[in-house]
Write a protein that binds this ligand. Structure first.
Ligand code: NOJ
Ligand code: MG
Length: 538
C-alpha cells in the first residue's frame, strides 16, 4: 500500500492521531492499571489501524487525585506507568514504526504535592511564593467569587499563612501564576526536557485558563446564581493567547513538533473563541480542539452547520482538528440517539471524522464502538463522580479498560482491573471485530486506508455538495490530483440521489456497496445510514 508522502506531508495535519488514556489501554504487570509496556505491546495494533501519532494522557509522577492531571514532578514517569527507561523505549519503538508521540502538558496547575507548591506554601516570604496565586481574603471571605470548574469557590484558605490560594479545579491542583517573571522560563525548561528527548509535541491542558484578570475582579453571575458564572475574568483572557505564542516559539526551536490546545469555550462550540488561539503564520497553537462535533445533535444539517461555522472561523493558515469524544465526556456511540441504529450511526460518524477537512483524533476504543461503562457506586474512581453522585456519576464511564479479546478481563490485565470491564466485552472486542468484515473496526481501517492513499482527503479543499437538509450530508474533497465525493446518510431511510453535475464515480469505501461504478449520479439509491466514499470520474 502506497502512502502518498510528498514534501508537503505534515504528520500532525495529514495523519490520524489516536488518544490513549494510559490507565485503561493495556496492563503489562498485572496490577490492573494500564502502563507504558502495555502501550508498547499494542503499537502493532495501532500501526495496523493506520495511526500516525498517539496522544497519551499524563503519565508524570502524580498523587493521582485527578488521575495524572495533578503533577508532582514533570520530569518523572509515575511508577504505576513504568520507568523512564520504559518511556524511552516506547518513544524509540513508536518512532521506528513511524508513529509520533504527543504528551499531555498541564501548565495551568500542579499537584499540591509538587515541591514548588510545598515551598510556595511554606511561608509568605518564600522565594517561590509568587509562583502560585496567593491572595488575602476579604473580611474573612475568599478574595472574590471565582468558581472552581469542579465545584465551589476556587479559593482555599491556607491556615498557616492566613492567605488563600487559587485552584481552578480540585483543591489539590493549585493554579500556577504565569505573571511571575521567573515561572514561565522554569516551566519551559520542563517542556524542553521532553522535546530534547524527542517527544513530538504536547496537548495543552485547559490552556485557556492560564491567564487570569490582573485585578481579580469577580465574574458576573447568570441569574444571580453563584454556581452559574460567566468566566470572563478567568478564561480566554487576551493574554492567554500571548502566552500560547510563547509556547509556539519554544516548539518552533525544534523540527516538526505540534501543540494542540484544549479550549472549552462557552457556550460549547464557540468556535470563534477557539479560533483565536490558532496559528496565523507562526503565531498561536498548531491545532485546537473543536468540540462542536461532540455537541451536534444527530442530524445531517446540524453537523453541516457546525462544520461550516468552524471552517469559516479559522484564521488564514489555521488548520482544523476534529474529535468525537475524549476521557472527560460520554462515549460517542452512546450519544447517538435510538439504541438500535447506533452501530450504523457510529460508522457514519467515523466516516465523517476521517474524511472531513482537518486532523482526526480517535479516542481509544471508539474504533470498536466501546460503550459507556455502567459503574456501580462502589466502583467509582473519579473524584468528580464521588462528589456529585447521584446527580453526576463522573467520568469513569468513558475510561473503562480497552476490550481486546473475549478472554479474562478482555485481555486488558491478568490482575484486577482498576475499573470494571464493560459487560459486552465478550462479543465486542478487537479480536472479534478483526474477524468480521463488516465490523466497525474494519470500517475504520478501510476508511483510514483510503485516506492514506488519497491525498485529497488529507489536505484537499472541502466543498459541500448537499447541506444535510434532506438527511444526507455530502461533500467533495478536491486537489489538483483528484476529486472525491463523500455521501453520508444520517437517516434510517433509503434516499434517491441525483447530483446536478454530470459526473460518474467509483466506490472507494462503503458501508453498503462492493466495487461499483456509475456513469452519472442520477437516481442513485442511498441506503439507510450509508456512508460511502467515491472517486469522481469526470
Ligand atoms: C482537562 C482534562 O481533560 C481533565 O481530565 C482534567 O481534570 C482537567 N483538565 C484539569 O486538569
Ligand atoms: Mg500495570
Amino acid at each position: 500500500m502506497n502512502k502518498i508522502k510528498d514534501e508537503t506531508w505534515i504528520w500532525w495535519k495529514h495523519g490520524v492521531i489516536y488518544h490513549i488514556y494510559p490507565r485503561s489501554f493495556q496492563d503489562s504487570d498485572g496490577d490492573g492499571i494500564g502502563d507504558i509496556r502495555g502501550i508498547i505491546r499494542r503499537l502493532a495494533y495501532l500501526k495496523e489501524l493506520g495511526i500516525d501519532g498517539i496522544w497519551i494522557s499524563p503519565m508524570y509522577r502524580s498523587p493521582m487525585v485527578d488521575f495524572g492531571y495533578d503533577v508532582s514532578d514533570y520530569r518523572e514517569i509515575d511508577p504505576v506507568f513504568g520507568t523512564m527507561g520504559d518511556f524511552r523505549e516506547l518513544l524509540a519503538t513508536a518512532h521506528g514504526m513511524g508513529i509520533r508521540v504527543i504528551l499531555d502538558m498541564i501548565l495551568n496547575h500542579t499537584s499540591s504535592l509538587h515541591p514548588w507548591f510545598i515551598e510556595s506554601a511554606s511561608s509568605a516570604e518564600n522565594p517561590k511564593r509568587n509562583w502560585y496565586i496567593w491572595k488575602d481574603g476579604a473580611a474573612g471571605r475568599p478574595p472574590n467569587n471565582w468558581n472552581s470548574a469542579y465545584g465551589g469557590n476556587a479559593w482555599k484558605l491556607d491556615e498557616k499563612t492566613g492567605q488563600y490560594y487559587l485552584h481552578s479545579f480540585f483543591e489539590q491542583q493549585p493554579d500556577l501564576n504565569w505573571r511571575d517573571p521567573e515561572l514561565p522560563g522554569v516551566f519551559f525548561e520542563e517542556m524542553k526536557f521532553w522535546l530534547d528527548m524527542g517527544v513530538d509535541g504536547f496537548r495543552l491542558d485547559v490552556i485557556n485558563l492560564i491567564a487570569k484578570d490582573k485585578k481579580f475582579r469577580s465574574n458576573p453571575l447568570v441569574f444571580g446564581i453563584p454556581a452559574l458564572q460567566r468566566h470572563v475574568y478567568t478564561r480566554n483572557r487576551k493574554w492567554s493567547v500571548t502566552l500560547v505564542t510563547r509556547i509556539r516559539e519554544l516548539l518552533d526551536l525544534y523540527d516538526e513538533r505540534v501543540s494542540i490546545a484544549e479550549i472549552y469555550a462557552p457556550p460549547p462550540g464557540d468556535v470563534k473563541t477557539v479560533a483565536r488561539y490558532l496559528a496565523k503564520g507562526t503565531n498561536g497553537v498548531h491545532l485546537a480542539f473543536d468540540f462542536s462535533l461532540i455537541f451536534s445533535s444527530w442530524n445531517a444539517h446540524s453537523y453541516f452547520r457546525n462544520i461550516t461555522k468552524w471552517y469559516e472561523s479559522l484564521p488564514g493558515g489555521g488548520w482544523p482538528c476534529n474529535v468525537l469524544s475524549n476521557h472527560d465526556l460520554l462515549r460517542s456511540i452512546d450519544r447517538f440517539p435510538w439504541h438500535r441504529d447506533r452501530e450504523a450511526k457510529a460508522k457514519v460518524a467515523a466516516t465523517l471524522l476521517l474524511t472531513m477537512k482537518g486532523t482526526p483524533f480517535i479516542y481509544y476504543g471508539e474504533e470498536i464502538g466501546m460503550h459507556n461503562g455502567s459503574i456501580r457506586r462502589k466502583n467509582i474512581r473519579d473524584p468528580l463522580g464521588k462528589r456529585y453522585w447521584p446527580l453526576f456519576s463522573g467520568r469513569d464511564k468513558a475510561r473503562t479498560p480497552m476490550q481486546w479479546n473475549p478472554g479474562l478481563n478482555g485481555g486488558f490485565t491478568g490482575g484486577k482491573p482498576w475499573l470494571p470491564l464493560n459487560r459486552d466485552t465478550v462479543h465486542r472486542n478487537v479480536r472479534q471485530q478483526e474477524g468480521e468484515a463488516s465490523s466497525l473496526l474494519n470500517h475504520y481501517r478501510n476508511v483510514i486506508r483510503v485516506r492514506r492513499i488519497h491525498s485529497s482527503l488529507q489536505s484537499g479543499a472541502w466543498i459541500p455538495a448537499l447541506n444535510g437538509k434532506n438527511g444526507i450530508l455530502a461533500y467533495y474533497r478536491v486537489n489538483e490530483r483528484e476529486r472525491l465525493l463523500v455521501i453520508l446518510n444520517f437517516t434510517g431511510r433509503q434516499k434517491i440521489l441525483t447530483l446536478p453535475e454530470h459526473t460518474g464515480g467509483k466506490v472507494l469505501s462503503s458501508t453498503h456497496r462492493g466495487y461499483e461504478e456509475f456513469n452519472y449520479f442520477q437516481n442513485v439509491k442511498i441506503e439507510a445510514f450509508e456512508a460511502s466514499v467515491w472517486l469522481v470520474i469526470e
